[in-house]
Ligand binder design. Structure first.
Ligand code: SF4
Length: 243
């Protein structure tokens, strides 16, 4: 898939969604029990509207067309439930990708959520997203109202410049994840921002907290820790992102 930085994430999301969703099934490459959040049943999917310099799934997200294992919502939910039963987990997530690229991926995700909550009503699903789609399509936020859906929005920068450098997407799209957070709070949904702490100074983090305040976002900012895989450091050097 050809890509010039910075790119239009709307166009990229559309192209990627066409590659990673077929007949309501989505590309996944692994299902596993992960240690995060104290133990969580995890599905690793492929395909993102961004291409972050620090993405641990960079090469799969760069070129999703190399993969061909598509799973229906039913198959994804069954695989996750099997892991959760075996490990006595009550937490679920999809990671390594952006779960929300467009309306087709939203419907696939809703299918997974409906089955998991039907089978396991007290479980929690943590939606890890870059927040871009929900910020663009506020009208669809209501489709994600599930009692135990928690939404964690990973912000890629503290301002337009750092957002463009890190996410690869054009700077004018910086505000969309913030809009998503504001709207989710308005709907009374559990949602919070996260940011890769290692990439920013204390002053930059304070600036971001100020921006969140200006948007009327009250949730606390979670600080992510960079996984320094050699290829991540290499990509960050190439993209001129400093740690
Ligand atoms: S938003 Fe997440 S999945 Fe997408 S490229 Fe960035 S780090 Fe990877």
């Amino acid at each position: 898939m050809s890509l010039c930085f910075p790119f239009d994430p709307v166009e990229r999301a559309e192209k990627v969604e066409r590659l990673v969703l077929k007949d309501g099934k989505r590309l996944y490459y692994r299902f596993r029990a992960a240690p995060y959040y104290g133990g969580i049943a995890t599905a690793d999917a492929i395909g993102c509207s961004f291409l972050c310099a620090y993405c641990w799934n960079y090469f799969r997200n760069l070129n999703p067309a190399r993969f061909n294992k598509f799973y229906s919502a039913q198959e994804v939910a069954e695989n996750l439930l099997k892991i959760a039963r075996k490990r006595s987990f009550h937490l679920f997530r999809i990671t390594g990708s952006e779960p929300l690229l467009g309306e087709t991926s939203l419907e696939h995700l809703r299918g997974v959520l409906k089955i998991i909550f039907q089978e396991n009503p007290h479980s929690v699903f943590i939606l890890e997203t870059n927040g871009f789609f929900l910020g663009c399509r506020k009208d669809l936020i209501k489709k994600l109202i599930f009692k135990n859906l928690w939404i964690r929005i990973s912000l890629k920068g503290v301002d337009e410049e750092s957002f463009e450098l890190i996410s690869g997407a054009r700077r004018e799209f910086f505000r969309y994840p913030l809009v998503a957070l504001k709207e989710l709070e308005k709907e009374g949904m559990k949602a919070w921002p996260a940011v890769m702490r290692d990439l920013f100074t204390d002053e930059e983090i304070s600036r971001l907290e100020k921006v969140l305040e200006e948007y009327g976002i009250s949730a606390r900012l979670e600080e992510e820790i960079l996984k320094e895989y050699p290829f991540v450091i290499e990509n960050m050097k190439k993209r001129k992102v400093r740690i």
